[in-house]
Ligand binder design. Structure first.
Ligand SMILES: [Zn+2]
Length: 319
């Protein structure tokens, strides 16, 4: 299947290359007062441009925390530097997916790839954060999603953010550990909290606005900005119920060819259990229960990869 249209060009990151933390492309602004260390990260996947644009806008805006520290980081800048609008999917990563390697044994082990080298550089930075927003985007024009992993602390934080309308609680991928599940972020008894915003289609202009809105709601929820400024930048939404979906199944491609029955974009609700949503090597793939929600149907459908995740709506957590 052809990738979707590329409406946006990559931002120029050369003014931000040096950083001010000793780690390239990592910026930290310290209020000089005690408070949490709050970080927003973009380009865990090198071809997901909307997050990079949102961070550039925040850097241009010159936002500074009222207390604590605010850090802005660009992760897989090597893959990003190879972005080619004629083959926009190729620069997702160079050697391995940078959102599958956040495991101490791997990071402290002997393996050497471009992505592991950069992850090792970024490690002390991510370990120092109390709150993290990791900015991503999707292959399809799905409505935006906030992924919060399985901890209650992240689910409650997602509720405090109040944006976007759909929150997905999920266990990540069998292929490796995501940044938002790494170390203290994934441990229920420790305080640091990480969430991941899927801002829409990778190269849609609108995804930049969603990513930026996500950043501002995240900053408001961490309470490190001046309260009046935070409210002006990201007013609490009065309308619009937030919907929480718990992922129950990951459908992995077994034999292939894997063919969806419809041009699913994501967040479709399949009313009846047993509905065929796809075929895998000719075998039907059916929904396991009524009101089943399809999460992020993939366009990359090789055996072993996740084709789609299935979930059901659950009550929102109490804050
Ligand atoms: Zn991504």
């Amino acid at each position: 299947m052809r990738p979707p249209r590329v409406e946006i060009a990559p931002p120029d990151l050369s003014p931000y290359r040096e950083g001010n933390t000793g780690i390239s492309h990592v910026w930290c602004f310290d209020s000089g007062r005690p408070g949490p260390h709050v970080g927003i990260n973009a380009l865990t996947h090198g071809n997901e441009l909307s997050g990079a644009w949102a961070l550039v806008r925040l850097l241009e805006l010159g936002l500074r925390p009222r207390h604590g520290r605010l850090s802005l980081s660009f992760a897989n800048v090597e893959a990003f530097s190879r972005f080619d609008p004629a083959d926009p999917t190729a620069s997702r990563y160079l050697e391995e997916d940078m959102n599958r390697l956040w495991k101490t044994e791997l990071l402290e082990g002997p393996a050497r790839t471009v992505e592991l080298r950069r992850a090792r550089e970024l490690l002390p930075h991510f370990r120092s954060l109390d709150f993290l927003l990791d900015l991503h985007s999707m292959q399809t024009a799905s409505a935006p999603l906030l992924l919060c992993g399985l901890t209650r602390k992240a689910r409650r934080f997602a509720r405090r953010m109040g944006y976007p309308a759909t929150v997905v609680a999920d266990a990540g991928h069998p292929g490796g550990v995501r940044l938002i599940d790494f170390g203290a972020f994934g441990e229920p008894r420790r305080k640091p909290v990480a969430v991941l915003l899927e801002a829409g289609q990778h190269w849609a202009r609108q995804s930049i606005d969603v990513a930026l809105a996500g950043c501002l709601h995240f900053l408001r929820a961490t309470d490190i900005l001046d309260a009046e400024l935070a409210m002006r930048l990201a007013p609490t939404r009065k309308a619009g119920r937030q919907r929480f979906i718990e992922v129950t199944h990951a459908v992995t491609v077994r034999r292939g060819p894997f063919v969806f029955k419809d041009g699913f974009q994501g967040l479709e609700v399949i009313e009846k259990a047993g509905t065929v949503i796809a075929t895998d090597g000719g075998e039907p793939v059916r929904t396991p229960y009524d009101h089943c929600v399809l999460i992020m149907p993939s366009r990359r459908l090789a055996p072993g990869l996740t084709a789609v995740r299935l979930g059901r709506e659950v009550p929102p957590p109490r804050i």
